[in-house]
Design a protein around this ligand. Sequence first.
Ligand code: 13P
Ligand code: SF4
Length: 456
Amino acid sequence: MARTKEDPEWEIGFFESVLKRAPRYIDVIAILGGLYTKTGRLDGGLRMERRMVRLCPRDATAHYNLACLLALTDRRAGAMKTLRHAIELGYIDHDWRENDPDLATLHDYPEFQDMINLLKVILSSRPFIMPAVLDYDPLILAPRSFPPEFTAIQHEILALKKERNAVILAHNYQIESIQQVADYVGDSLGLSYQAQAAEADVILFCGVHFMAETAKIVNPGRTVLLPDMDAGCSLSDSCPADRLAAYKTAHPEVYVVAYINCSAGVKALADVICTSGNANKIVERVPADREILFVPDQNLGQWVSQQTGRPMKLWPGSCYAHVQFTTAAIEKIRLQFPDAPVVAHPECVQAVRDLADEVCSTELMVKFARESPAERIIVVTESGMLHRLQKDVPHKTFIAGPTNTCACNDCRFMKMNTIEKVRDALKTLSSAIEMAADVRTAALAPIQRMLDWSKL
Ligand code: 13P
Ligand code: SF4
């Protein structure tokens, strides 16, 4: 039989090959899990659901799906535990019924009925049809008299930092306790300059993998540590280097502008790198007769194209976190705070960007907050940004941009770094970023071009 896209075997083969190249691509993990289960390969389905829960430790639906697969494969005790966890995480989907056939093997557990009862109580306190935007209290960071005092573990980190001759660079999305012990907190552009200029023996990079990798590329003589090597980025994963290489082979004339949120392998194939802080400036410098391919973020690329008037081909990638902001949720919060302007990150979809008073990188959000006459500002990006704003513009109030289901929006990858992992990284000097010398050298050229163009 000829293989077609409707053939589940073809689909499984296709998605398995995508997952090999992008092992953290959660959309593909979900599709593959579904396909395995549909075709009776329950162990494969289980593997995918376990991977999903590892990547999304606070995702209630992922836990529910894992519980179903555990029940279906007769791992009943694990299924019960996972189901309880799903409910604790807020799994209140109406599809979760006591009659769900996937959970049939759990019915003789006495606690199963307890869980059904608990769920009924939760459901009875909510309308049956969930509104498009849930009713939650907004997350507001108001001016405060003093920042939180340093904890014992933070003091330990400061001592270890000295002992190891280390510098801590942290992205604006990190948790507040990490931002507090950092020598520099900023956006991807500022962090790249800081990494290149660092003279300490060790750079402890509190951000995600592509950021630490960039630090290693621009300053290879230092030991660059990342507190959690699994802190990846869905956007970076959406553009595997071999697919970009295949595109370039088919279109050798193309000029590749790569957003810094990509792997070293992709950077090595790019002509120039950009960040959200300098993307317009960089694109404006690309020779006018060259056709541009912008990778991997279609939303940032679309925004840059609109700002500069430069047509560009866009790679179909996006940030899983920023695309969760919706016009309905932003309009709702605006009604609650009519005096507050909205500042949004360009990784948001166009409809959300169109609602914003200002669209800019995280660092430029600080400038906007300082210069705006408004006392309250709605910040449509990852919630860690609010800590940076509260520190630098302490007399103003910041309201987290909401999604349809939550008052704020965390990047699960950024939040994999914890204060304990920061301490342990300094203690053990692991995990260090390593990469092949040829990739590093090839990736440096387009980064350096960006750093040079950006200063002009
Ligand atoms: P910034 O460079 O604007 O900080 O953005 C980085 C990022 O990952 C946004 O999701
Ligand atoms: Fe990647 Fe989005 Fe997280 Fe930024 S917020 S690190 S783009 S997944």
